[in-house]
Design a protein around this ligand. Structure first.
Ligand code: FAD
Length: 498
């Protein structure tokens, strides 16, 4: 079975480096110059995503993560040593066969989240999670077709050997919900079966970061009600012919002075609407086709991806808690009991989300030899994390008072007439007035700006909205023993007979 999945540009870039399975930032940049069809918010085709005014900032951040695979201080958390070859590979692509592998991944997520401030929901170590989820559910695929199961294994191996950056396509485009899924005009479906693959037509939504990734991992696991022609699991190269990505409008002020917008200048993850206008998917990229038994396998196949989302948010929560403490230190408000209670709430959020992550590792399950963070615990943690997110953002803003509103750009601080007065009138506790202003610029970018608002909505729905997650908790969180216990104590039958 071949493991050569194309991607000429990427292979050329990889071959130029010092590590056989890793790319540094510049190699990663080169791998993206592959003729992909990306249309920006002005309706213009982008010649080179690495130099585009919006995307170059995003590419820089992802390139920084690639460079960290080589950095002496970071390479041990960003990579692992492959037992078979003795060579390093990206940590995301390590298939977890022990709990220690999950802890190592969590360390990698910590590093990635600190680099992106968690504003990127689909960093490189996330991309591997979907393929790992496919490996964890491979028995279902094997039942359908052994060749497809081999394709999944080959994809995971190929990707680990080529430092592949992938992102998922699951949800369908939003249109009139009263139309049955199987009749939606935008649904992605197979329009031709060929001996060497399939041809698909339609669209998919979001594809966050797809414009600067290498592959989409496509799966219709939220596809209940779709027909067999729309049941497709596959790897899709971003540079596939007839595949077009339409970028949403940019939101981060990424060309600003870094003092004024310290977080926005780190770039943003740009979502895309993905149009498949008769795209050919070669057979070796197919993981499942026309198998309606796999429609709706979201909870299982996405278990690893959902864990990454929770783990990233747990690290963001620490950033929020750090922020809360710094705000009250700088404003000198920490002596106030109400203020301390607010900070405690933010600390609690950080402690609880981290505990969900750690508990999910401790109670991990073995699915087809892949150690999978306890899925029901992850789901409960995800519901907790997104329901409380708006409250935490509110608390941070509330703790700031006028600080996040009454901010001035660096040009004002440089003004010959006002600079001195501003310094005299606005000092913080242990920081100058300008340093205080600079800090609140950071909190503004984290909680208030357009970019922060987009990330807030992303956290809320990027992996299904709360009603859906709530239902998953109800279906999957085991409390049978607890109910039995209280029934026994109360002296009633241990099971309901309805
Ligand atoms: C920024 C962003 C990034 C994303 N990234 C990805 C990605 O990388 N990959 C991917 O596959 N998907 C991604 N998604 C898509 C995401 O999975 C969907 O947005 C999500 O599943 C919700 O579907 P929808 O947006 O079509 O909402 P709709 O189904 O149109 O529903 C709209 C709202 O109505 C309410 N609602 C709907 N039905 C019910 C119900 N039965 N009960 C109660 N309330 C209900 C909910 O509040 C819901 O949010 C992303 C979305 C966003 C906004």
């Amino acid at each position: 079975m071949a493991t050569d999945l194309g991607l000429k540009k990427l292979k050329e870039a990889l071959a130029k480096g010092t590590e056989p399975y890793l790319m540094n930032g510049d190699q990663y940049r080169e791998s993206l110059r592959d003729g992909r069809r990306v249309v920006d918010h002005n309706g213009d085709f982008i010649d080179d995503v690495t130099t585009h005014p919006t995307l170059r900032h995003t590419v820089d951040r992802i390139a920084e993560l690639h460079d960290k695979q080589f950095g002496p201080k970071t390479r041990d958390v960003m990579t692992f040593v492959d037992k078979e070859t003795g060579k390093r590979k990206a940590i995301g692509w390590q298939v977890p066969t022990t709990k220690e592998h999950l802890y190592a991944k969590f360390k990698g997520i910590e590093e990635t989240t600190r680099t992106t401030l968690g504003m990127y929901g689909r960093p490189p170590d996330y991309g591997a999670m979907m393929a790992i989820g496919f490996l964890a559910t491979i028995d279902r695929i094997e039942k359908e077709n052994k060749e497809f199961a081999d394709n999944v294994r080959n994809y995971a191996k190929f990707s680990s050997e080529h430092n592949i950056y992938s992102t998922d396509l699951i949800a369908d485009a939003q249109s009139d919900r009263r139309i049955p899924p199987n009749e939606k005009p935008g649904r992605l479906r197979i329009i031709e079966d060929r001996d060497d693959g399939i041809v698909v037509y339609g669209s998919k939504v979001a594809g966050s970061i797809g414009n600067i990734a290498h592959f989409f991992t496509l799966s219709t696991t939220l596809g209940k009600g779709l027909g067999e022609d729309a049941a497709i699991w596959a790897g899709v190269p971003v540079d596939s012919e007839n595949l077009t990505l339409l970028m949403r409008e940019p939101l981060a002020l990424n060309d600003a002075n870094p003092e004024d917008h310290p977080l926005d200048v780190r770039g943003e993850e740009v979502d895309n609407y993905i149009m498949f206008d008769k795209v050919f998917i070669p057979r070796e990229y197919l993981f499942s086709a026309r198998n309606i038994n796999l429609l709706g396998l979201y909870f299982e196949s996405c278990a690893h991806a959902l864990w990454h989302i929770l783990a990233r948010l747990a690290v963001r929560a620490q950033i929020f808690a750090g922020c809360a403490q710094a705000i009250v230190d700088i404003l000198g408000t920490e002596g106030n009991q109400g203020v301390r209670n607010s900070v405690t709430e933010v600390i609690l959020y950080a402690a609880a989300t981290r505990s969900f992550v750690l508990a999910s590792i401790e109670e991990a399950v073995d699915w087809n030899g892949v150690i999978t963070p306890h899925p029901a615990t992850v789901t409960a943690g995800r519901l907790y994390s997104i329901e409380n997110y708006p409250r935490i953002q509110y608390l941070l803003k509330d703790l700031c008072g006028q600080g996040i509103v009454s901010r001035f750009p660096s040009a004002v601080w440089d003004h010959p007439e006002f600079a001195e007065k501003l310094e005299e009138f606005l000092p913080g506790t242990g920081v100058t007035a300008r340093e205080k202003n600079r800090f609140f610029n950071f909190v503004y970018d984290l909680t208030c700006g357009s970019h922060a608002n987009r990330v807030g909505q992303f956290e809320n729905v990027n992996a299904t909205p709360r009603y859906f997650i709530s239902e998953l908790v109800y279906q999957h969180y085991d409390r049978a023993d607890w109910a039995k216990f209280v029934r026994e104590i109360a002296g009633i039958p241990t099971e309901s007979h309805t």
